[in-house]
Write a protein that binds this ligand. Structure first.
Ligand code: F6P
Length: 357
């Protein structure tokens, strides 16, 4: 068997551990693995394909990023092609990918990515490429798996940062507002906010009222806590309002800035000195946690077993403690948002956390 593997979309800690799992499990079966560089670009310009031998992946479990590189704007079904005259046109060049895949004699593709990359993988499956998907995203927004890899590491990074903000907030009697990632879902904000003893957590699933956020901060003062920690997911929005974006270009909306907005409003309405910080891509970097490493190695090796069993068109998932298969179609159909009646929300409320609602 000749297996191709690629990594697509924003990177997440653990991608290299998945690749290691794939390569070593394939090697044990006598199969060959090739890394397609930069998402699908390596199947468009086939010079960007590398043979992945065990030596190549021995010591990469703990390394952040991806040895294959990743592409955010490389969808072959909507590829940006520059025409003479300088204009850029979206063009469907997926047939080139399919024919190169076949010409190179690949038997299967392991596509590691988030909802966008899995959607592309599913389209290639429908065009005849035998695909297995592996769910990646620090946002943890894929519903078919209990958890995606990268999330645990991102939460740890955010929690550690919030811990550090506590001491400086307390020293200066300030409000610290920390913006964390989470485009459509509040998992990172919720997990890190609760674990980091935040006073206010704002998530996309619960539109917030800034007056209620400020009331919470004023109440803290009455009970003798002169500082406060506010954790805001980048996709959080005020009641009746919309998400805050840094820039919008065709096909791309970059979120960011909600932390600054919230910080300015808190300072104005409470009179408390307030500082805002954005954790940003720090959450995507660094060594994966033990949990993520194990999950990644399990996902990667399971993908090889799925290929052997002919489970094409499926994605590797974690359900409770078991690794299972689900169709990619099903996996990309629904986003995993925070259920408002979940235990984790109740826990936060019982601890006195305000969601600004
Ligand atoms: O999907 C993961 C994510 O980290 C989002 O939370 C965030 O909005 C986005 O990636 C940022 O991506 P980029 O690398 O394009 O800035």
């Amino acid at each position: 068997m000749k297996i191709a593997v690629n990594t697509g979309g924003g990177d997440a800690p653990g991608l290299n551990a998945v690749i290691r799992g794939v390569v070593l499990a394939a090697y044990k079966k006598g199969w060959e693995v090739y890394g397609i560089k930069y998402g699908y670009k390596g199947l468009i310009d086939t010079k960007q394909i590398i043979r992945l031998t065990p030596e190549y992946v021995w010591d990469i479990t703990n390394i952040g990023g991806t040895i294959l590189g990743s592409a955010i704007k490389g969808d072959p079904f909507r590829y940006l092609v520059e025409k003479s005259g300088g204009s850029v046109i979206e063009t469907d060049i997926s047939d080139i990918v399919v024919s190169n895949f076949k010409a190179l004699g690949f038997d299967a593709l392991i596509a590691i990515g988030g909802d966008g990359s899995l959607n592309i993988a599913n389209k290639f499956f429908k065009k005849g490429i035998p695909v297995i998907g592996i769910p990646k995203t620090i946002d943890n927004d894929i519903s078919a798996t209990d958890v995606t890899f990268g999330f645990d590491t991102a939460v740890n990074t955010a929690t550690e940062a919030i811990d550090k903000l506590h001491t400086t907030a307390k020293s200066h009697d300030r409000v610290m507002v920390v913006e964390v990632m989470g485009r459509y879902v509040g998992w990172i904000a919720l997990y890190s906010g609760i674990s980091g003893s935040a006073d206010v957590i704002l998530i996309p699933e619960i539109p917030f009222d800034i007056e209620k956020v400020c009331n919470k901060i004023k109440q803290l003062r009455l009970i003798g806590q002169d500082y406060a920690i506010v954790v805001v997911a980048e996709g959080a929005k005020p009641l009746g309002g919309d998400v805050t974006v840094i820039e919008k270009s065709p096909g791309e909306v970059r979120l960011g800035g909600i932390g600054k907005k919230v910080s300015d409003e808190i300072e104005e309405k409470t009179g408390k000195e307030t500082r805002g910080i954005v954790l940003g891509h720090l959450q995507r970097g660094g060594a994966p946690t033990t949990f993520d490493r194990l999950l990644c190695l399990r996902f990667g090796t399971a993908a090889i077993r799925f290929i052997e069993a002919g489970k094409f068109g499926s994605m590797v998932t974690l359900r409770s403690t078991e690794i299972c298969a689900v169709t990619i179609e099903e996996a990309i159909g629904q986003m995993r948002t925070v259920p408002l009646d979940s235990d984790i929300i109740q826990t936060a409320r019982s601890l006195g956390v305000s969601f600004g609602d």
